[in-house]
Design a protein around this ligand. Sequence first.
Ligand SMILES: [Zn+2]
Length: 497
Amino acid sequence: MTAIPAPPAERAIGEILSAIRSTRARGRPASALPRLVIATFVAIACLFGGTGCRGPARGPARGPADVLLITVDTLRADHLSLYGYGRATTPQLDRWFGDGAIYERAYSTEANTSPSLVSVLSGLLPQEHGVRLLYQLLPAATPVLPELLPDRYETAAIVSNMVLTDEAIGLADRFDHYDDFVDERESSRVVYERNAVRTTDAALRWLAGRADPARPVFLWVHYIDPHGPYRPPADRPRSFTHEGARPIKIARVPAYQREPGVTDGLAYVDRYDEEIAYTDAEIGRLLDRFAALRSIDDALVVFTADHGESMMEHERWFTHGYHVYDEIVRVPLMLRGPGIVSARREEPASGVDIAPTILRFIGAAPPPTMRPVDLRDGTGLTATRPVFVEATWGRKKQWRAAVTRDAKWMTQVWAPSRATTQQRRYDLVGDPDELRAQPWDPSAPIPTRLVELSRTDPDPAGRPAEYAKGELLTAPKVAPRVSAEARERLKSLGYVE
Ligand SMILES: [Zn+2]
């Protein structure tokens, strides 16, 4: 059945009414207010011809269509076979996304899990959505995707990283179903995570209970396995071995990653790739079963990562979060579904481009606060549009970068004064490994915008006010509200050293 889409302003007004109904029906007062505010804003903006009010990029609105968002923790783009890696790490992703839209230069907005994934869900940069640290609750005024979808959508999140538990980030009341079970996996030490088999199992259990064909689903599944320590299941056959050796410099490897007796860096790379292959197999199982239960060819499926991981490139090895080098913030981004133009695209894309794409896919008008982008066909993307990235460095410094197709500008921000230092430009074509920093012209348009972002940032180093008072200064990425017990658990994942 094909429906004629309502004009954007009418749709937005309909969303106001629907938000009011939702408040009554679901009893979600914490999220209903921002939803109402944003819908009102959209309606007014649309009445005056706002740029965020264009309808879907093409064709008539379809009937209820599912949206499946799959994210993987700590997955750098260049370790996927679909991105040209020499190892067959991702045969399932190759199978499902080989004919899709593949973004060669996609970037996370932040080098850490929570701020990056809230950007994916909200379409906003960290300084706009307000989650800068781990264990920092999502502000009530920041709407996220499940609230922006029509009420007919059943929404669920299956997340397996402890920094995404409701206790850590406060997302549960934004979804109809929020499964954040994280357990202890005992090997030679305790690691708090839910592995890929059990993550897929949990997603499939929820899907199996969705029987009403009139109710499409928005399902977000977040896998954590490639995150260190790199320990693929012991009962899984090993796929990757290497010749030779590259001794690690132990001082560069964080404590949570050090494996007793393993001094060959290439062995760490093997283990990381095994974790990717294991996760890929479970994503294949998820997609196969989704296809059996739902109409997957009518669904929009989006795949990305929250950030990458350093191997042995720059200052710190086998970790992330600390910098804006490509190995840490360049992520895979792929889409499949109706209206997708099969292509490998070189224009830079960002995690903030996902939410407006999903809203356009379902025929809803993205709020004007989102970027006017549609990743299905690359609308709004150009080689010179900069995407913005940030990362924490120590207690009071932050790296920020602007990336175009061919160049990256990066600078360090000293939070107390907002002064920028260490301005560098990298030629991503001639120097893709970012080894030869070039000076930059501060008066050029992109550096000017990058510095301006720091100046307008309400909190340039991503620190809540209580942090400045000196609480938990040994855990610069973690909000002071974290409990002592959770803080101990965070050590197993390297979030606290
Ligand atoms: Zn992460």
